[in-house]
Design a protein around this ligand. Structure first.
Ligand code: GAR
Length: 201
């Protein structure tokens, strides 16, 4: 599920094509934004890509139902939020319990939660003056960015970083590596959750 440029989606396509993700298939791509370049990336790969915008639905419950029905029709094993910017409701999260993962551009629990998406975690990291930031892949629970953490990777902040340069490095050095890696580990059934902690075999 995507909302923007889809570079994380591209990273997954690349890792499927290189054979790194050998038992994974993307069956559908859903965008919350009809202008998302991610939709074009999906169509280039002949993957059914659809836009389901939040504004077309009166309530989160109706939106959740539309998303759930679409994904269930493809019988998905895993839902990957790869830069998906709409908030999902309880109905959706319950329908895919422990089967939704999200990539977030900071080291959770820093610079996460409501309002921290896209460039905003990087703006906040620079304002705070942290020397290290990074990315996190986590399971999605009913909170915002509060689910069990699967993988994290740190990235050093440079003194002359802008939010844009930092975002680019976090993507290149962390996100595009740990999101496909988490998918691989889950596809190999090596990820277990116990007492909100994630254990990898
Ligand atoms: C990525 O940096 C991702 O971590 C972030 O949005 C960007 C999407 O880029 N996600 C969030 O902020 C979620 N809270 P992309 O469309 O090029 O993959």
């Amino acid at each position: 599920m995507v909302s923007g440029g889809g570079t994380n989606l591209q990273a997954i396509f690349d890792k499927i094509e290189s054979g790194y993700l050998s038992n994974c298939r993307i069956v559908t791509v859903v965008s919350s934004n009809e202008k998302a370049y991610a939709l074009k990336r999906a169509r280039k790969h002949n993957i059914p890509a659809i836009c389901i915008p939040r504004k077309d639905y009166d309530s989160v419950i109706d939106y959740d139902k539309a998303l759930t029905n679409h994904l269930k029709s493809y019988d998905v094993d895993l839902v990957v939020l790869a830069g998906f910017m709409s908030i999902l409701g309880e109905e959706f999260i319950t329908a895919f319990e422990n089967k939704i993962i999200n990539i977030h551009p900071s080291l959770i629990p820093s610079f996460c939660g409501k309002g921290y998406y896209g460039l905003k975690p990087h703006i906040a990291a620079l304002e705070y003056g942290v020397k290290v930031t990074g990315a996190t892949v986590h399971f999605v629970d009913k909170g915002t960015d509060t689910g069990p953490i699967i993988l994290q990777k740190p990235v050093y902040v440079n003194q002359d970083d802008t939010p844009e340069t930092l975002q680019k490095r976090v993507m290149e050095e962390a996100e595009w590596e740990i999101l496909p890696k988490a998918i691989k580990l889950i596809s190999e059934n090596r990820v277990k959750i116990a007492d909100r902690k994630v254990y990898i075999d």
